[in-house]
Design a protein around this ligand. Structure first.
Ligand code: GLU
Length: 480
C-alpha cells in the first residue's frame, strides 16, 4: 500500500506548535515510507479563515523544512465535491433535512439537563413526512442536513498510537449535522466532518495522523466512510502538548506559533528537532540532536507515546544552543545580520563579511538564542562604550592602570594584531612588570569591553583592533 498522509490546518490562526508537531509526524511517516505528504487548507469556515493565516502556515512549514508533495489544496475550492456527497447521502436516505430551530434545540438541551442527561439531538426530524417538511418550509425554516447515526452501533478502530479504541455511537450526540443551513443553496454549507472524509477518500489518504483532540471526530468520520462505501484509513492520534506541570497549554506558557518561535531566535532545525521529540523518541533514546531526514529513517508509531508530551523550554534552549554551536560562522552571520541591523549597528555587509564571520566564531559558542548576539557583540560595534561598575572597580585595583598603560605601549609595536600577538603582548607585560596574569587579563577585558565578562578576550581584542578602536578604548580606560 502506498502511504499518503496529509496535514490539514484551518487558516483561522497562525501555524501553532501543535499543528506543526502533527505536520512533523506526518512528514516523518511519509518520508520513512517513501510516501506522499499532502497539504490541505481547511478553509470552509469563510468567516474565520484569513489569507494572512494561510500565508503564515505555508511560510512556517517551509521554514521548518516540511516540504509537501501535493497542494496546497483549498477546501473552499472543492465545495461542489462536498455538495455531491451530501446529495448522494440524502438520496440514499442516509441523511435528512432537519428543521429544528435554535430555540427548539435550546429547549431540548435544557430539558436534558434537568433530567441530568448528556446533551444530544433527539433525532426528532429523522422521519418527517413530505407534508411536515412542506409545512416547515412554508414557515420559512431553513434546514440543516443531518447524517443518521445508529445509536446501537459501536465504532472500533485500532489506533496506531493508542491501540484499540471503542466508541458507542449513542455517545456521539445524535444525528450529526453535516451541512449548515444556507440562504443561497438548498444543500447548505458543508461542515468539517463531511468535508474531511470526502477529501480523505478523494485524496486516497492511507493514514490520518492528527492530534488526539480529534478522537471523537474519528468515530463520527468512520460512520461517514462506511456510508460512502469507502476504505477506512488507519488512524494515529498524537499526544497533546502540555506544559511542564502536565496541564493543557495556556497563554501563560508562551508556547505559541512557529513564527513567534522564529522571532524568539530559535533556528528552524532546532525547532523541528525538538518537535519530533514531543511524543516520539528514536530507538537510541540517548540521541537527541538529529535532522528531520535522520529522524525519518527511524520513525514509527511504535515509539510514539500515548501520554501528553511536556513542553520543556530548557530542553528547547539546549537543543537550539547545540545547533548554534555547530553552525559555520558563515551560516551564523546570515542569521545574525537581521538582529544586528535591528539593533542599529553600522557595518558594510560586503566589506565587513570576514570580520563578521570572525565575530560570529567568537560569540557563537556562547549563544543559546540568536537575539543574545545583540548584547554580546555591542561592544564590538559601537564607537564608545560605557563601563559597568564592576569594570570600573576592576580598573581601580592596584596594578590595573600600570597593566593597561604597559599594554598600550607594547601594542604600538604591532600594526597587525593576531590572537598569538595579543597573547604575546600580555605575556611580555606580565613578565616585564611582574604583574599577576589574572589581574592583567581582567583589567584588559574591563578596559577593552567595559565589562568583566564576555566572549573570548584575545579574539575580541583582535576584532576591536581590526575596527581600529582598541587603542582608544585603552586610553579611555586610563582616564577613568
Ligand atoms: N482542520 C483540522 C484542524 O486544524 C484538522 C483535521 C484533521 O486533521 O482531520 O485541527
Amino acid at each position: 500500500m502506498s502511504v499518503r498522509v496529509r496535514i490539514a490546518p484551518s487558516p483561522t490562526g497562525n501555524l501553532h506548535i501543535g499543528t506543526a508537531r502533527t505536520a512533523v509526524f506526518n512528514w516523518l511517516f511519509a518520508r520513512h515510507h517513501g510516501g506522499q505528504f499532502i497539504l490541505r487548507i481547511e478553509d470552509t469556515d469563510q468567516t474565520r479563515s484569513q489569507p494572512e493565516y494561510t500565508k503564515n502556515i505555508l511560510d512556517g512549514l517551509t521554514w521548518l523544512g516540511l516540504n509537501w508533495d501535493q497542494g496546497p489544496i483549498f477546501q473552499s475550492q472543492r465545495l461542489e465535491l462536498y455538495r455531491q456527497a451530501i446529495k448522494t447521502l440524502l438520496d440514499q436516505g442516509l441523511a435528512y433535512r432537519c428543521y429544528t430551530t435554535a430555540e427548539e434545540l435550546e429547549e431540548m438541551r435544557a430539558a436534558q439537563k434537568a433530567r441530568k442527561e448528556a446533551p444530544r439531538y433527539d433525532n426528532r426530524h429523522r422521519h418527517l413526512t413530505p407534508e411536515q417538511r412542506a409545512a416547515f418550509e412554508a414557515e420559512g425554516r431553513k434546514p440543516v442536513i443531518r447524517f443518521l447515526i445508529d445509536d446501537n452501533r459501536e465504532i472500533v478502530w485500532q489506533d496506531l498510537v493508542r491501540g484499540k479504541l471503542t466508541w458507542k455511537a449513542s455517545d456521539l450526540g445524535g444525528d450529526m449535522v453535516i451541512a449548515r443551513a444556507s440562504e443561497q443553496d438548498e444543500i447548505g454549507q458543508p461542515l468539517y466532518n463531511l468535508a474531511v472524509v470526502v477529501d480523505d477518500v478523494d485524496m486516497k489518504i492511507s493514514h490520518v495522523i492528527r492530534g488526539e483532540d480529534h478522537i471523537s471526530n474519528t468515530a463520527k468520520q468512520i460512520l461517514l466512510y462506511e456510508a460512502m462505501g469507502a476504505n477506512i484509513p488507519e488512524f494515529a492520534h498524537t499526544p497533546l502538548i502540555l506544559n511542564m506541570q502536565g496541564q493543557k497549554l495556556s497563554k501563560r506558557d508562551g508556547v505559541t506559533s512557529i513564527s513567534e518561535f522564529k522571532e524568539m531566535g530559535f533556528t528552524a532545525e532546532a525547532i523541528a528537532n525538538y518537535m519530533s521529540l514531543l511524543g516520539w523518541s528514536p530507538p537510541d533514546s540517548t540521541q537527541e540532536i538529529f535532522s528531520l531526514e535522520q529522524a525519518a529513517k527511524e520513525f514509527s508509531f511504535e515509539r510514539v507515546n500515548k501520554a501528553g508530551a511536556k513542553f520543556d523550554w530548557a530542553k528547547l534552549d539546549w537543543i537550539n544552543s547545540q545547533y548554534l554551536h555547530q553552525m559555520s560562522a558563515s551560516e551564523l552571520v546570515d542569521l545574525l545580520i537581521p538582529y544586528w541591523q535591528g539593533a542599529g549597528y553600522k557595518f558594510d555587509q560586503t566589506n565587513a563579511r570576514s570580520w563578521l564571520e570572525s565575530l560570529a566564531a567568537v560569540i557563537g559558542p556562547s549563544l543559546t538564542r540568536l537575539p543574545e548576539a545583540v548584547e554580546m557583540s555591542r561592544m564590538l560595534f559601537v564607537e564608545s562604550i560605557e563601563f559597568t561598575p564592576a569594570a570600573v572597580e576592576q580598573l581601580s585595583k592596584e596594578g590595573a592602570t600600570e597593566a593597561v598603560q604597559a599594554i598600550l605601549e607594547v601594542l604600538s609595536d604591532y600594526p597587525e594584531l593576531s590572537a598569538d600577538n595579543a597573547s604575546q603582548i600580555v605575556k611580555t607585560v606580565i613578565k616585564e612588570h611582574k604583574l599577576k596574569k589574572g589581574l592583567v587579563m581582567r583589567s584588559l577585558r574591563a578596559a577593552l569591553t567595559g565589562d568583566v565578562h564576555g566572549p573570548d578576550l584575545m579574539a575580541s581584542w583582535v576584532l576591536l583592533h581590526q575596527q581600529g578602536v582598541d587603542k582608544t578604548r585603552l586610553q579611555q580606560a586610563l582616564t577613568l
